[in-house]
Design a protein around this ligand. Sequence first.
Ligand SMILES: *Cc1c(COP(=O)(O)O)cnc(C)c1O
Length: 439
Amino acid sequence: MATNGNDNCNANDSVWQFRGNGATSDAAAVTLRKLVFGMFKNCNFNNGKTILPSTTHSFKTCPEAEEAVAAAVRSGMANSYAPSPGIFNARRAVADYLNGELPTKLRPEDVYITGGCNQAIEIVLDSLAGNPAGNILLPNPGYPHYDARAIYSGVEVRKYDLLPERDFEIDLDALEAAADKNTVALVLINPNNPCGNVYTYDHLKKVAEMAKKLGIVVISDEVYDKVVYGDRPFVPMGTFASIAPVITLGSISKGWVVPGWRIGWMAMNDSNRILKNTGVVESIEDCLDLTPQPSFLLQEALPEILEKTPKEYFAKKNKAMKRNVELSFERLRDIPCLFCPKKPESCSYLWLRLDTSVLANIENDLDFCTKLVTEESLVLVPGVALGAKNWVRISIGTEESELAETFDRLKSFYSRHAISKETIKSHVDTVNQIVVAVV
Ligand SMILES: *Cc1c(COP(=O)(O)O)cnc(C)c1O
């Protein structure tokens, strides 16, 4: 049905020979943006409250990063097109940034600059597509842009589980069982969005060994590498590149809180030249020729952003995150329908199990989130959007005042929807009776 207001434009008897591409809708349907928009488009927001999370109270970027961009503008050096793989200085700066403790150092030419981590995801998936029956292993829960872009590139998606009872480690047996001779890659998100864990050295080594056994490349999404505040250190997957090839993806979006700047990268940790010899590197370079180069301005600013940001900037932000986690855990005690199996040590979310049995008239996570936004103007991501039913993800990367408001609203929502104590008691009594009768 035409929605453009032109009655003469009925698709069936139209004189126009063109149509929208249906393939985009299958892929876009699983994106976070489409899911969240779809969920809230019929909501009535007339409850007088401002929508949370807000963008005004999130953490701020550092002055050094702002200055770097301003200097790039004024230099007049960044007004032309950049080369497809990125400008040399930006590639060198990212290589230096990632090299740290890596046993085999990246060279500038192992790094490509992209329009944020998302464009890196798109390019990697496109460069691995084309095997007619190729499939890719994605984590569950996960980050839906991988699903969407795999669908769009014609790569079959297979899921492996992250185990809540084991610090959200990868279920390696399930991963192996999901793979076959057409599997091309596995995606690992470390530090993990949404679960908030950081993987240990030993676990990552096992992942690399599994990738080698399966003959597949590891795509390691490390976009949250600067948002780590637990005791466990972050270990880059490139550490294990001598075992299996690793493509590392990252950006400044999360660490510097500037997702709108759209600047990121991918790095080929390929000490055994496997990505080179299989033609993946060449295909990545072709893909980069096919797509607009990321802003020269941000590329020009990137070395200074990576090199001049003081450690204290991250330390302060991570300390605030740690405090937010503690505050959130205190406040969660008042909200028995939500349970957090693991205190996050990274990223800026709580990943919570939703217990609908203590709520009246809440069917599932989607229903919970829809009613919550309608009544409280508070936006949580329903677990189904990330692959897990009856979980929810809540953002806690915000100033303390907004965090307090977030939990006030959750609490008032819970109080309104909780089944009464009598109902809980009678439920417990009934279950006890059943148990007594059965045992
Ligand atoms: C936010 C996010 C991205 C996208 O990063 P951009 O640099 O904003 O494109 C990719 N992967 C994960 C896991 C993320 O959380």
